[in-house]
Ligand binder design. Structure first.
Ligand code: FES
Ligand SMILES: [Fe+2]
Length: 400
């Protein structure tokens, strides 16, 4: 068993010494039909990078414990349909993309971009129009493919605004993180951790000098969180419901000096209840011309370096298993690796019933209250909150 799956000694101790607090709703699950699953399916969900979906190709994806096929048609448009053909359940991504349609590899049934069966080579005319494959609205924004998996009409697209100043939209490597998505979403609300988790390597040194006092306010689009420092300066970060954090972060190593601190629109996308993706589009403020060119050149060198280095998640697993010392490890994407080790190290699904939350956890506490309220409303058949598209004039600030 991987160490990340074992209950920790600390959790076991807390269990023995404290009366158990039971959480009356499962905050972590996003399986279809569960309150958490229904909650998540009210929103557009980022499922992968646009650059990883080639024209004329189909690929399998697993999102919120369900399998789907994602493909890009000849027109350049992305489509999302069920994983399996409704005839005899062959996997759709084994087949062919023809124009904006997809044809099954088993008996050649072909479905259009709306999921309607339009060809069945071995069947009688008239049968095809009675058959559809599940089809999900699909669009692209900030270099990511977004899908709406819910009932009825999807909410407005794009799901949130981005800064309009000149710059480059870049998407960092996709990370496959072996734990529940909520651990990472919650970590993004925990500004105090950066002074400790990211101390080795010093990537967040400027944020670590003065621990902030955290507070958070619910908005009709999610959670607005503040980190107030002794200087009186406030760092403001946005958490868009249900799983996106918009925050200004330190540049990746080697990118210092070009473009300043990037603005990150971080999607924590559940694969299933024990795995999730980090999808990391950033907006880097650089002027058109030489500044932009310098950034792109440095960025290309960094991507090349990353491709030659062991994946962050592999090293993070080895740190969790005690094969390397956390404080000594070095990697081009060190902050990413450190976060994976700490968040996946809480266990595949963190034991929230036995934690000891303090005042620095104010953001996490606020989001759990919202999530608990919403999931209970769904479970009890009451109307959940009507979430709105976030306004463009509330933006993250750096706070120093
Ligand atoms: S299973 Fe797809 S056409 Fe038969
Ligand atoms: Fe972190």
């Amino acid at each position: 068993m991987n160490i990340a799956q074992k209950p920790s000694r600390a959790a076991a101790g807390a269990r023995a010494s404290k009366k158990s607090k039971s959480l009356d709703v499962d905050l972590a699950t996003t399986k279809p039909g569960t309150p958490g699953g229904v909650f998540m399916r009210q929103f557009w969900i980022a499922v992968g990078r646009s650059q990883d979906l080639a024209t004329g190709k189909a690929k399998p994806i697993r999102i919120m414990s369900e399998n789907f096929t994602l493909y890009r048609g000849a027109s350049g448009k992305a489509f999302c349909v069920d994983a399996q053909c409704p005839h005899r359940f062959a996997m759709m991504h084994l087949g062919w993309v023809e124009g904006d349609d997809i044809r099954c590899v088993y008996h050649g049934w072909k479905f259009d971009g709306a999921g309607q069966c339009i060809e069945q080579p071995a069947e009688e005319a008239g049968f095809a129009r009675k058959v559809k494959i599940g089809n999900y609205p699909c669009d692209e924004y900030l270099g990511l493919v977004w899908v709406y998996f819910g009932e009825g009409k999807p909410p407005a697209f794009p799901p949130f605004p981005h800064r309009q100043t000149p710059g480059v939209i870049d998407v960092w490597n996709v990370e496959h993180v072996p734990c529940n998505y909520l651990q990472s979403f919650e970590n993004s609300m925990d500004e105090v951790h950066v002074a400790f988790t990211h101390a080795p390597g010093g990537s967040h040194a400027r944020l670590s000098q003065d621990l902030p006092i955290i507070s958070a306010e619910e908005r009709d689009w999610g959670l607005l969180r503040f980190g107030k420092r002794k200087t009186g300066l406030v760092r403001q970060s946005l958490h868009y419901a249900p799983n996106v954090t918009r925050v200004i972060v330190p540049p990746q190593p080697g990118m210092d000096g070009v473009g300043g601190w990037p603005e990150l629109y971080f999607s924590f996308t559940p694969v299933d209840d024990e795995n999730h993706l980090w999808l990391l589009p950033v907006h880097v403020q650089v002027a058109e011309g030489p500044e932009r060119d310098a950034y792109l050149e440095k960025r290309a060198q960094f991507v090349k370096l990353l491709a030659q280095t062991r994946p962050s998640v592999d090293l993070a697993r080895e740190i969790m298993d005690g094969k390397h010392c956390y404080a000594d490890i070095r990697h081009p994407d060190l902050a990413i690796l450190q976060d994976i080790a700490v968040q996946a190290g809480q266990g595949r699904i963190a034991d929230r019933a036995h934690e000891h939350l303090g005042r620095s956890d104010a953001g996490i506490i606020a989001w759990r209250k919202i999530l608990t309220r919403e999931l209970k409303a769904i479970a009890e058949g009451r109307k959940p909150k009507k979430w709105k598209t976030p306004p463009a004039d509330i933006e993250p600030t750096l706070g120093f």
